[in-house]
Design a protein around this ligand. Structure first.
Ligand code: FMN
Length: 399
C-alpha cells in the first residue's frame, strides 16, 4: 500500500451490511498516517453508530446536510475543500445511482459534487442488485467520469446468495484506493526550499522581522516530499514543526539564510524561495540594550541592504530551476513579471498579500503562476492543495 501520510481523507459510509467493516477501514487509514473525517448517509446509521466511527477517527462524524450546527462546524463545502481524496465504502446500489445522476440531496452526495479530486468507491450489494442493468449502467457512467471502482468481490453473501457483489476486504480496498494518489513524479529530484521570516537584530532584545508564518514553504516541502523529492528546508523562526523526512536547517538572520542557501544549493535541481527575507538590516548591532532617552522623542535606525539570495542563486554557473514568490500589495502581476525578468527566474508565484483572507498568516491562498511562456491562476484553496499544484507544475516543467 502506498503511503497515506498527511492525507486528508473523507470516508463515506452508506447503508449496507458491510458498513460494519468501515470501522476497520478507519483504523487502517489512521494507522497509515492520514486524517479521517467520516460522512454517513442516514441509512448507514442503521447499520453502524456514528459514535464508533467518531471514536476511531478522532473527528466528529458528519451526517446532516441541512443542519445549522454541522454547517457551522464543518459544512459540505469546507469538507470538500479539506479533503485530498474521498473513499466511499461500502457504496450501496442506491448511492451509485445517486452519484451517477449527480444528485445533491444529502451530505455525502453534495460533498462528492463539490469535491475536485479523486473519488474511489467500494460497491457492496446483493449479487442480483449488482447484476442489474441499471446498476451496471450507473457504474459505467461513474467510471467514465473518473471514479475509481474498487471491487466488488465474489463469494457467499450475508443474504445467503453466492456471486459478485460483496465488498472487498478493508486492506484490499486501501491498496487500490492509495494508488489513486500520483506519487513519485519527483523521485529523482532534490529541492531546496526557504521559508519563514528572518530576524535582523537591533540589540540583544529587539529585532526587525515580518509577518511571514512559513506555512507556504512548509506545505511546499511536504508536497515535494510526498512527490518523492529529497528536500532541504531552510527556515527562519516560525511556529511550525518541520515535516518528517526532510533535511532541516534553522537560521535567524538574512545573512545566515544567504550562507545556508549558498552552501546547500549545490547540485539541487530546484530552488524555491518562499522565505520573506529582510531587504535591510540595522547597520549597527548594539551589544547592550538601547535605553530610552527621555530627552529625545525620536530615534533613528540606520539600515543597510542585505544580499539578494535569489539573485545570488540565479547568478550561479550551474543554477537550479528557480522559483520565486512575489508577495505584493499593489500591481501584483506587473510587479511579479518584473521580478521574474530581473532575477532571471524560471517561475514566479504571485501572491496578493493585501487580501487578509489569503497570503501571509492565512491557511488559504490564491496565486498566479507566471513563467516566460504562460500564466496560470490557482484559485483560492487551502495552502496544502495550492502547494501540491505548484509542485505538480514544477514537476511538469522539469520533464
Ligand atoms: C438489512 C439490509 C441490508 C442492506 N444491505 C444493502 C447492501 O449491502 N447493499 C445495498 O446496495 N443496499 C442494501 N440495503 C438497501 C439500502 O439500505 C437502501 O437502498 C438505502 O436506501 C441505501 O441508502 P444510502 O445509499 O443512502 O445509504 C440493505 C437494506 C437492508 C434492510
Amino acid at each position: 500500500m502506498k503511503s497515506l501520510i498527511n492525507k486528508n481523507i473523507i470516508l463515506g459510509v452508506t447503508g449496507g451490511i458491510a458498513a460494519y467493516k468501515s470501522a476497520e477501514i478507519v483504523r487502517h487509514l489512521k494507522k497509515s498516517g492520514s486524517s479521517v473525517r467520516v460522512v454517513m448517509t442516514s441509512s448507514a446509521e442503521e447499520f453502524i453508530t456514528p459514535l464508533t466511527l467518531q471514536a476511531l477517527s478522532g473527528n466528529r462524524v458528519s451526517t446532516d446536510l441541512l443542519d445549522a450546527e454541522s454547517e457551522a462546524a464543518m459544512g459540505h463545502i469546507e469538507l470538500a475543500k479539506w479533503a485530498d481524496a474521498i473513499l466511499i465504502a461500502p457504496a450501496t446500489a442506491n448511492t451509485l445511482a445517486r452519484l451517477s445522476s449527480g444528485r445533491g440531496d444529502d451530505l455525502l452526495s453534495t460533498v462528492s459534487l463539490a469535491f475536485d479530486g479523486p473519488i474511489s468507491i467500494a460497491p457492496a450489494m446483493n449479487q442480483a442488485m449488482w447484476k442489474d442493468n441499471r446498476t451496471q449502467e450507473n457504474l459505467e457512467n461513474l467510471q467514465k467520469k473518473g471514479f475509481k471502482i474498487c471491487g466488488p468481490g465474489s463469494g457467499e453473501q450475508a443474504c445467503g446468495d453466492v456471486g459478485l457483489g460483496r465488498m472487498l476486504e478493508p486492506l484490499e480496498i486501501l491498496e487500490l484506493f492509495s494508488s489513486s494518489f500520483d506519487q513519485g513524479n519527483l523521485s529523482e529530484r532534490s529541492i531546496l526550499i526557504t521559508a519563514g521570516p528572518t530576524q535582523e537584530p537591533i540589540d540583544p532584545v529587539r529585532f526587525i522581522t515580518n509577518r511571514s508564518s512559513g506555512k507556504m514553504g512548509y506545505s511546499l516541502a511536504e508536497a515535494a516530499i510526498e512527490a518523492g523529492a529529497k528536500v532541504t528546508l531552510i527556515s527562519g523562526p516560525v511556529n511550525l514543526e518541520p515535516p518528517p523526512n526532510c533535511n532541516f536547517v534553522s537560521i535567524e538572520t538574512a545573512k545566515e539564510m544567504h550562507e545556508a542557501v549558498m552552501h546547500h544549493v549545490k547540485s539541487k535541481d530546484v530552488y524555491i524561495g518562499t522565505a520573506a527575507v529582510a531587504d535591510y538590516r540595522p547597520v549597527t548591532f548594539h551589544e547592550s540594550k538601547i535605553k530610552k532617552d527621555t530627552d529625545k522623542s525620536s530615534l533613528t535606525l540606520q539600515l543597510q541592504e542585505n544580499q539578494d539570495i535569489l539573485k545570488s542563486v540565479s547568478e550561479l554557473n550551474e543554477r537550479p530551476y528557480l522559483v520565486g514568490f512575489a508577495a505584493e500589495t499593489d500591481n501584483l502581476l506587473s510587479n511579479a513579471k518584473k521580478k521574474l525578468k530581473n532575477k532571471r527566474l524560471d517561475l514566479i508565484v504571485a501572491n496578493d498579500v493585501s487580501n487578509k483572507e489569503i497570503g501571509f498568516d492565512s491557511n488559504e491562498n490564491e496565486v498566479t503562476l507566471i513563467t516566460n511562456a504562460e500564466e496560470k491562476v490557482l484559485e483560492k484553496q487551502n495552502k496544502k492543495k495550492i502547494s501540491k499544484k505548484i509542485i505538480d507544475f514544477i514537476s511538469s516543467e522539469l520533464t
